[in-house]
Design a protein around this ligand. Structure first.
Ligand SMILES: Cc1cc2nc3c(=O)[nH]c(=O)nc-3n(C[C@H](O)[C@H](O)[C@H](O)COP(=O)(O)OP(=O)(O)OC[C@H]3O[C@@H](n4cnc5c(N)ncnc54)[C@H](O)[C@@H]3O)c2cc1C
Ligand code: SF4
Length: 513
């Protein structure tokens, strides 16, 4: 019997060289990778994101060829490109007479559905395989929390630590504590110099030229001859090394800090390499743990624990939440917010200094770190009552690491509380006090962070109380925000009136702030 002729699809975020598929080259197996408009156009992406994905995909295809595999690579401007996955697959199956089609399970619900529907319509047998990337199966989190109303990340994280035996000693957490956060999360005082970052200088000029010629609508800026993001596995591994050696020793301490003087501080900038699957999560966790274990290591327990928590805990947790809540998740809007996203999210042009800084660097680098995303842009959007769909559209487009399985739980659930509290126990909002304590933004802002009303009072302050007041019926029974209502209710009526009036004015004129 003749051997089956197999066509295998690799999506742009499935660049996992260690996958069992690639162990041994087989002339009967052909891999196909494609740059398609269906992926460039579902939101307006940052130009660096599109260029980085295409560059990484092209490098991966070349690597497979080097390893002896058969690869078909369809570029965006290929005249034969049908610009959809099913269009290209159907054509290849027909033309090249493949007898079987295989794909790796996508991480996005949208693609999962699309490929399943496509599979049903194909004239050949179809098989789907795991991407062998994550540390949990899609449905494992749902099973772990079966019957529970709230899905506490902390319980999931402790289970993951035990399961993978990471930072454990005879079944107990090393240091006798699961969490060292009280030692972390300081404002940046400049005492620890920020190390020299490993920025790559990938020349993606041809790709950028093609994207422009094809009139793909993008946002943000790029230096085409110097793309800093890792587009090969070697670069990704080098970035891990640089992070562990130079940045990890102060990672936890300044994890929540924000400063005008630097856009990445001690963060790893590994999310693109991880989310494109150029790196396996254990490949970033294990070298960090090893470095911490070394005799005379400069890395303290709170730094390594803080880091492991992000990758082993938050990242896997968010993925589990996504699969648990989809597809209803995409429609959730607990507060029934309807406002448009302020125009300045697309330009960075606002007098609100913290927003100008966070949005400005996002447009420039396709990157903001977690607290900028959560407590500046996310916080403001929630206070301003922006519809979660518009908030998501922005986050999904602007960040180098934005893929829906991780963007949606972070944006819709964690930052916008649109799930009504499955992920977060209370909405992540703050007045200017928090931003002032964690950053130097307020020092040079046109607004006064101390004022709740009056001329140039910081909008975060009045909008914060306005938010609580207008959502009283939804939040009053939440034990984690009860304190806020008691504080608000104790304020003098005149003060409350002035605050609400100020917020009303700001909310009506958000675009002018
Ligand atoms: C509103 C909002 C939207 C977000 N959208 C995305 C997104 O689209 N893609 C994305 O990868 N992350 C997202 N995050 C999570 C987090 O902000 C980024 O993972 C992080 O900023 C990436 O930068 P880094 O690699 O320097 O991370 P580091 O601070 O160095 O952390 C190390 C790694 O931990 C993981 N990690 C940390 N926090 C989270 C988290 N909350 N969820 C999942 N993984 C986490 C990431 O893989 C990250 O690379 C979002 C957070 C918020 C609040
Ligand atoms: S004063 Fe208000 S708007 Fe200005 S930087 Fe501080 S928090 Fe942001």
């Amino acid at each position: 019997m003749p051997k089956k002729k197999v066509l295998r699809l690799i999506l742009g975020d499935q660049l996992n060289e260690a996958h069992a598929w690639f162990k041994t080259p087989d002339r009967q197996v052909t891999y196909v990778m494609m740059e398609v408009r269906q992926e460039t156009d579902y939101v307006a992406h940052h130009i660096q994101k599109v260029a980085a994905f295409f560059a990484a995909m092209r490098a991966f295809a070349n690597r497979l060829v080097e390893l002896g595999h058969e690869v078909i690579y369809i570029k965006l401007d290929d005249p034969e490109n049908r610009q959809t996955i099913e269009g290209n697959i159907a054509k290849l199956l027909r033309r090249k007479k493949f007898s079987c089609f295989e794909y790796l399970l996508p991480d996005e619900h949208r693609l999962d559905l699309q490929l399943r529907e496509m599979a049903e319509a194909l004239p050949v047998p179809v098989e789907a395989a795991d991407t062998q990337h994550f540390l949990t199966e899609r449905q494992e989190l749902a099973e772990f929390f079966a019957g529970k109303k709230r899905y506490l990340m902390e319980s999931f994280y402790r289970w993951m630590r035990k399961r993978y035996d990471i930072l454990m000693d005879n079944g107990k957490p090393i240091g006798d504590k699961w969490n060292f956060d009280q030692k972390n999360r300081q404002a940046y005082d400049g005492r620890v110099p920020i190390p020299k970052p490993l920025f790559f200088t990938n020349d993606v000029s041809d790709i950028v030229k093609m994207i422009r010629q094809q009139k793909v609508a993008t946002i943000g800026e790029i230096q085409p001859a110097k793309l800093i993001w890792p587009t090969t596995r070697d670069q990704s591994l080098a970035l891990v090394k640089s992070f562990v050696k130079d940045f990890l020793p102060a990672f936890g301490t300044y994890q929540d800090a924000m400063t005008d003087t630097n856009w990445y501080l001690f963060h790893s900038r590994l999310s693109f390499a991880l989310n494109s699957k150029q790196l396996h999560p254990l490949e970033v966790i294990q070298p960090a743990v090893k470095a911490w274990q070394k005799k005379n290591s400069k890395i303290e327990i709170q730094q390594i624990e803080g880091y492991v928590r992000q990758v082993l805990g938050w990242r896997e947790y968010m993925r589990g939440i996504y699969w648990r809540l989809m597809p209803e998740f995409a429609e959730m809007n607990y507060f029934n917010h309807v406002a448009a996203l302020p125009e300045f999210y697309w330009t960075g042009q606002t007098r609100l200094h913290c927003l100008r800084a966070a949005i400005g660097q996002s447009l420039q680098h396709a990157y903001a770190h977690h607290i900028q995303r959560l407590m500046v842009t996310g916080n403001f959007a929630l206070l301003a009552g922006v519809h979660p769909d518009y908030v998501e559209e922005w986050y999904l487009g602007i960040y180098i690491d934005a893929i829906q399985w991780v963007e949606m739980p972070n944006t819709r659930a964690m930052s916008q509380f649109a799930d009504g509290g499955v992920v977060a126990t209370k909405p992540y909002i703050s007045s200017a006090k928090y931003i002032h304590s964690m950053s130097d933004y307020c020092d040079t802002c046109a607004y006064d962070w101390k004022k709740r009303h009056g001329k140039m009072a910081c909008p975060f302050n009045s909008m914060y109380w306005h938010f609580f007041e207008r959502h009283r019926s939804l939040l009053k029974n939440n034990p984690r925000v009860g304190m806020m209502y008691r504080t608000w209710d104790r304020m003098a009526d005149k003060e409350k009136k002035q605050i609400l009036k100020q917020a009303d004015t700001y909310l009506k004129n958000v675009d002018k702030l």
